[in-house]
Ligand binder design. Structure first.
Ligand code: IDP
Length: 142
């Protein structure tokens, strides 16, 4: 088991539903510590840069429009196997396919408005954390 960090985003739909605290509770109960956090309203450029790997996908423009439609909360989660653990807490991309009890099953309304983002690999986590936070903004637990 590796102590890892992963990048998580609470998307505009979940912020609008006022479930930031409920989602944070799930992270903490699963043993993930929030070691950096900020609320922000992404610009078009920030959203396009973050999702650059999806640029050629048919849903790219809708995804960018959705991610810039309201504020998001961005956090770094730290803990044992944090990347897979967070993906398990999130559930499948399409909430209709997400397992009961996952964040997306409970809070997401559609495949676009699916409540949360989580890094899907160690390489993505490294890139995505650096996209939003500099080293001085991350506060590891002692
Ligand atoms: P993930 O967020 O579960 O890692 P990805 O495949 O990386 O899923 O896609 C990134 C985001 O793009 C998804 O969370 C979702 O919001 C959006 N997305 C993915 N596939 C579709 C689709 O087929 N239609 C609309 N939006 C999609």
């Amino acid at each position: 088991m590796a102590n890892e960090r992963t990048l998580s985003i609470i998307k505009p739909d979940a912020v609008a539903k006022n479930v930031i605290g409920e989602i944070y509770t799930r992270f903490e109960k699963a043993g993930l510590a929030i070691v950096a956090a900020k609320m922000m309203h992404l610009t078009q450029e920030q959203a396009e840069g973050f999702y650059a790997e999806h640029k050629e996908r048919p849903f790219f423009n809708d995804l960018v429009a959705f991610m810039t439609s309201g504020p998001v909360v961005v956090q770094v989660l730290e803990g044992e196997d944090a990347i897979v653990k967070n993906r398990d807490l999130m559930g499948a991309t399409n909430p209709k396919e997400a397992e009961a009890g996952t964040i997306r099953a409970d809070f997401a309304s559609s495949i676009d408005a699916n409540a949360v983002h989580g890094s899907d690999s160690a390489a993505s986590a490294e890139r995505e954390i650096a996209y939003f936070f500099n080293d001085g903004e991350i506060c590891p637990r002692g």
